[in-house]
Design a protein. Sequence first.
Lengths: 130, 130
Amino acid sequence: MWYLGVVLMGLAVGVLVGLMGIGGGVVLVPAMVYLLGMDQHTAQGTSLFFQLPPLGLGALLIYWRKKNVDLWAGIMCALGFLAGGYFGSKVAIGMNSRDLQGAFGIFILVAATLLWFKSRPQSGEKESGA
Amino acid sequence: MLDRRLKLLLILMMASVVGVAAGLFGVGGGVLLVPLLVLLFGFEQHTAQGTSLVALVPPVGILAFLNYANAHQVSWTVGLLIMPGVFLGGLLGSRLAQKLSPRRMRRVFAIFLFILGIWQITSAWLIKNN
């Protein structure tokens, strides 16, 4: 039963991945901490682990067909992530779990604020999708 | 052409910074990348999401992941169980994204993240358990 719960959790997060074009870790880390009782460091390590295979590939193909992809910008972002991730994880491992959990909360708040600003109407933006 | 190259260079720099946050918090980075591509680089919303998915196809978190694995902070079982769900959910979500109003979706997601962030901060620093 426990296993099934984790699979379903992955499915729910996957919908968000396709919907928002994100990796899913931002939702899965808190889910693992609160629903599975994992410690913050292990939740983050596990989040990085599940993102190793190209799970967003299926979602990407659908964006690709609609020509909603800037390939070179994507490659630049991948390079930046690779390098930045190395240093960020070094910092995280040295922190205590509780502070890391709080810092993660602040990180989510920043992300939420950015999303909120971006969701305000912009000139030339279509009101509805597709 | 030069303009395009400069833009790509700036995107690389921005992604490196986002990558540090990604490694620090064990997330893919898409949740920051998508709004930043729109806000700073004038990407159209669907293109920003598609581009973010490109950046997440290679195992960009691998260096960060190895740091966590060396520190024994990975739950292999949970990670493996999450993978199939995220892949399938991703397909579903990306189809849904073509149909829903992206603005409303982002607002709902932003509010959701906001609540999650407050919860994380509260449970980490304000509630004194154990």
